[in-house]
Design a protein around this ligand. Structure first.
Ligand code: FES
Ligand code: FES
Length: 160
């Protein structure tokens, strides 16, 4: 079956099997391997993408459900930029990653949280990241990264 998706800002038309998962379409068909598979049971959040601007776990969706919609993967955050996205920069500066396996999903979730505006404190961020699991860290640096990244993102929005 045919799908037409705005993928990281570009229109993509593809033939997909009805049972193909969105995460497999992204990784295997489109070769965007920054979106990871950590569990396949909707628990780890490593496969998180933005669908029409909202974070979703792409292992829970069929590729068919992306038809007519806008998908952003971790690779899409730098489209049209000369530098890292503020949330990526914050993870770098605040040591929010170790092995990096969970990082793309954490960042996509964090971008969604930050885009909703409003004050972000440690409790709010920890609650919002409940669906994203990191096997390496104690989460402290991840939370600090999200708070810092959100500050930069929202300061940039106010300045527009
Ligand atoms: S691979 Fe999707 S939640 Fe773990
Ligand atoms: S940095 Fe290794 S799983 Fe999170």
């Amino acid at each position: 079956m045919k799908i037409e998706v705005t993928l990281n800002g570009a229109t993509v038309v593809d033939e997909v099997e009805p049972t193909l998962l969105a995460v497999d379409w992204i990784r295997e068909n489109r070769r965007l391997t920054g979106t990871h598979v950590g569990c396949d049971t909707s628990q780890c959040g490593a496969c998180t993408i933005l669908l029409d601007g909202a974070s979703v776990k792409s292992c829970t969706l069929l590729a068919l459900s992306l038809d007519g919609r806008s998908v952003t993967t971790i690779e899409g955050l730098t489209v049209g930029r000369n530098d890292l996205h503020p949330m990526q920069a914050a993870f770098h500066e605040h040591h929010g990653l170790q092995c990096g396996f969970c990082t793309p999903g954490m960042i996509m979730r964090a971008v969604d949280i930050a885009s909703q505006g409003g004050p972000l404190d440690e409790t709010t961020v920890r609650h919002a990241l409940e669906g994203n699991i990191c096997r390496c860290t104690g989460y402290q640096n991840i939370v600090a990264s999200v708070i810092a990244g959100a500050k930069t993102m929202n300061a940039a929005t106010v300045g527009e």
